[in-house]
Design a protein around this ligand. Sequence first.
Ligand code: SF4
Length: 454
Amino acid sequence: MLDLTPKEVKERSALRINPCKTCQPVGAMFAALGVAKCMPHSHGSQGCCSYHRMVLSRHFKEPAVASSSSFTEGASVFGGKANITTSVKNIFEMYNPDIIAVHTTCLSETIGDDLTSFIIDLQIPEGKRVVHCNTPSYVGSHINGYFNMMMGFMNYLTGKTGMPTGKTAIFPGWVNPGDIRELKRIAKAMKVSTVFFPDQTGVLDAPMNGKYEMYPEGGTPIEEIQNLGDSNGLIALGEITCIEPAELLEKKWKVPFTLLPLPVGVAYTDQYVMALQEESKHEVPEELEAERGRLVDLLLDSAQYTIGKKVAIFGDPDVVIGLTSLALEMGMVPRYVITGTPKEEFTRKVEALFSQYATTGCTVKANADLFELHQWIKNERVDLMIGSTYGKQIARAEDIPFVRAGFPVIDRYGGPLQPIVGYAGGIRMVEQIVNALLDRFDRDVVDEDFEIVL
Ligand code: SF4
């Protein structure tokens, strides 16, 4: 007979099965693709670079251009200085970027390559730039790689002239181009002059125009990164992803910052709008108030199908925190909330949300993996899963409705073009969540009740 009693889930400290994260250089490459005419460069072997490009290309359905130092046995033993010297020369001659953004890999970190001194010794053509950051992938996750690369750009490029730019810097965090477009639209509606850094719009959502462009129009211009130190202020979105770059900008260039959660759902979008209002002193326009009202209306209309539904949410820390807040606004129970990124701050933020909504009996964990989530779900089922493509095997095995969100979503199309942030993104997510639950209801309901739902 099948034994269905809950099983104890053992703690593992030295083993990850089905990780809920990817490696640091993926994040460094993603951040570098958000800078205008930038060639991301992987200082390691070709296999790492191919993997990082593949993950990004499969998610965005766009080419993720990058180069590699192409380590072989020689570089692995004697160091990669000759490789990067030749690489940089060839890249500027053949592909003519304005800037090369170098990140390390496990291999170059392990042999101890000193990129700072290598770059000082490079012959860099007039007007061109080379920056770097360290991304040892046995520490952290792609989220660390993303903010390390941001700080790499700032450490090499940013200065302070004392002449204010009149702009507010916005760090959008790890989001899709569709999200950045929505964040920009809201800032424009609030009449705030902004510079987004990094900014993958136009690069990883480049329109088809019939010709290949190695550097599509888009990305934060280098001059804007140089001028970040003269910004009016900074709004950093994503409390886990953006705190370190925000602190760097404040510490080195005295730019005050407001750190906010990713604006997913009503409350967190309100915080973003209020922070923009603080910058511009303009009233919130009717257009945004109406959008907010439509989202609240949708939450109320659909509450009968979402209240009390148990959901498992997994993925990158700030996206997961935002989606957890939205799920709580929908009256759902976020039974399991995990990220693969090892940041304990994540756990504290999610527990604070549970307390705010007086929700008990939920489990949150950083540095977790999907095998562990599967074990929990086997012990106590959920009604819905929300997260990256990597959860699809669990959803299929346990026959649970599944809404894809976050990174990477490699088995569906169009996601990176659409927002999950802002009131408009909230409407999109609520639609997907409620309809996934209703699809399931339609499938399971007895014939007599099939017609009368809604
Ligand atoms: S070796 Fe390290 S850097 Fe390369 S793909 Fe694996 S985890 Fe990433």
